[in-house]
Design a protein around this ligand. Structure first.
Ligand SMILES: Cc1cc2nc3c(=O)[nH]c(=O)nc-3n(C[C@H](O)[C@H](O)[C@H](O)COP(=O)(O)OP(=O)(O)OC[C@H]3O[C@@H](n4cnc5c(N)ncnc54)[C@H](O)[C@@H]3O)c2cc1C
Ligand code: FES
Length: 506
């Protein structure tokens, strides 16, 4: 190990890390008062350069998807990262910052022997975060992790952005957990479809008839894309997009220059439109609304997103809907209610999802098939649920939210509660979506709002929009404004007025 003088202490900014080279290691320096800390230079989630992150309220917030790391030790406080930062010994001598070029060993929690069996069903966002948490906190009992997919625990969000655009092969989609994270404890990974989960007997039965009895279980099976009941829906080439296999099939079927029809103008439909346009297909979007995403983002932002798609060559057919799919074995055309007939070699259905709760026995499902959980994400004795399939209390209001980072936050909370804690969700929902090279981020969850205050203009470039009810900010939507969004991701944990928000943004 060699020690390197890398910077002068007085060069360091209290809000912004500095990137330096210590031998072959790329490291960031973080100043906290008179102390200095050194960590790995890139975010363990998707590799964001952490010198572009923001230091605030004792954490470093990643510039890309707002993971937060404790400055005192680099541990992860908020997903999407599921591992802490590698730390390097750093110190100051005569105003000069020195760093070792080898990371400090990671500390391992004590693992006490435990006779209990915990089961996590689902290896998506919520399930993977729960497994990381249980292992990180030293759970020493038997831990069974089930998923029906052959190669589960990957970053689903990349499918509609980079896989079907042809930029990332399905096999290259990043894994959610590193092999060394999984080598701890008594982890038993199994591929299998859960047929029933009996909440009274605390027993899981797999499709092949195996039984597993649990002391504590987490159900994190996500959601299943809906296929509308329309004539011709079973023709080949009419596809949904949820799994890596779905993305691979879609990529196989799409061809540059050939027409693809996307049904639905929600986030998945529009991300698919953007990616397939990039792939070279001729993309048509069929939607019921003139302005996409208006319910979530408001008319002005929704309209600017439609304009962006149109500038890139996507054609919208709206407001209308699909009447039938036409073809002989495979889809060839889509008949719309407004009389148009669109040629199609592939159809992508972005028509919503249904919570994957069909296996649950012994508790009443909500009307939308979700599981109603309490503030600690508990469903029944010994059973917790997390992610897309739950309706949970968020700031006192029952909601079901389909966001990646929120599902991970749920997974962490549920895992801590399986270990005996009583944690509740009291964070700020965060969502990002990507269209034609532009990332839009959303913090908070506004069921309703009566005004939107804009900084910048969505029609022309970077902007930040504050969705308010009266003088209170409910949610913030932005393209760019990375520092403001990082700051707000922490500040919005408390009620925030429009005036205070505008002062913060500066
Ligand atoms: C293509 C795509 C792109 C997205 N992009 C974004 C984005 O950019 N930003 C964002 O915030 N959100 C995004 N989302 C939404 C986000 O992915 C979901 O909110 C999140 O995955 C929910 O996590 P989850 O753990 O509840 O479910 P999932 O991640 O779906 O995981 C559920 C797992 O359970 C398994 N499973 C289901 N049923 C069974 C069973 N009976 N037995 C065994 N295993 C079972 C499934 O195979 C799956 O692996 C995207 C979603 C999709 C489909
Ligand atoms: S790259 Fe840091 S949170 Fe995604």
């Amino acid at each position: 190990m060699t020690q390197h003088a890398v910077a002068r202490f007085d060069q360091l900014d209290a809000k912004r890390p500095m990137r330096v080279q210590a031998g072959s290691e790329e490291v960031i320096l973080v100043r906290q008062g008179n102390e200095i800390h050194a960590f790995q230079g890139n975010c363990p989630h998707a590799g964001a350069p952490l010198e572009e992150g923001l230091i605030c309220a004792g954490v470093l917030v990643c510039p890309w998807h707002k993971a937060a790391f404790a400055i005192k030790d680099g541990s992860v406080c908020e997903p999407p990262a599921l591992a802490g930062l590698r730390r390097y010994r750093a110190w100051v001598e005569d105003g000069e910052v020195w760093v070792d070029d080898q990371p400090l060993p990671r500390s391992e929690p004590p693992r006490r022997s435990d006779a209990r069996t915990f089961v996590v069903v689902g290896a998506g966002a919520a399930g993977s975060a729960a497994i990381a948490t249980l292992l990180d906190h030293g759970f020493g009992g038997r831990l069974i992790w089930l998923d029906q997919e052959r190669y589960p625990a990957y970053d689903r969000t990349a499918l509609s952005k980079f896989v079907i655009s042809g930029e990332m092969s399905p096999d290259e989609v990043p894994s959610l957990l590193e092999p060394e994270q999984l080598r701890r404890g008594q982890l038993d990974r199994r591929i299998g479809k859960v047929r029933t989960l009996d909440t009274k007997k605390q027993r899981i039965t797999l499709a092949d008839g195996q039984h597993i009895d649990y002391d504590a279980a987490l159900l994190a099976t996500g959601a299943i894309p809906l296929r509308p009941n329309l004539p011709g829906i079973d023709l080949q080439g009419i596809m949904t997009l949820r799994s890596r296999e779905d993305a691979a099939r879609l990529l196989d079927a799409a061809e540059p220059g050939k027409p693809v029809v996307v049904v639905g103008d929600g986030f998945i439909g529009l991300e698919a439109a953007s990616a397939l346009q990039k792939y070279g297909a001729k993309v048509h979007v069929v939607a019921r609304h003139e302005v996409p995403l208006a319910n979530q983002l408001g008319d002005r932002i929704g309209h600017s997103i439609r304009m962006l798609h149109e500038r890139k060559g996507v054609t919208f057919h709206a407001p209308t809907e699909v009447e039938r799919f036409l073809g002989d074995g495979s889809v060839e055309a889509v008949q719309l209610a407004n009389g148009e007939r669109l040629a199609a070699s592939v159809v992508v259905l972005g028509t919503g999802v249904r919570p994957a709760t069909g296996c649950v026995q012994g508790v009443q499902l909500s009307e939308d098939h979700s599981l109603q959980v309490d503030a600690e994400l508990k469903v029944a004795h010994g059973l917790w649920a997390a992610g897309d399939l739950v309706t949970f209390p968020c700031a006192g209001t029952p909601v079901r939210i389909e966001h990646w980072r929120l599902a991970q936050q749920h997974g962490v909370i549920a895992a801590m509660n399986m270990l005996g804690e009583h944690r509740r969700y009291d964070d700020v929902p965060f969502f990002w979506t990507y269209h034609h090279g532009r990332t839009y981020e959303m913090l908070g969850h506004a069921q309703d709002w009566d005004r939107i205050e804009f900084v910048g203009a969505p029609e022309t470039g970077e902007f930040l929009a504050l969705q308010c009810t009266g003088a209170r900010v409910q949610a913030v939507i932005a393209n760019g404004y990375s520092d403001a969004m990082a700051m707000l991701s922490q500040r919005m944990k408390q009620p925030l007025s429009l005036d205070d928000a505008l002062k913060l943004i500066g």
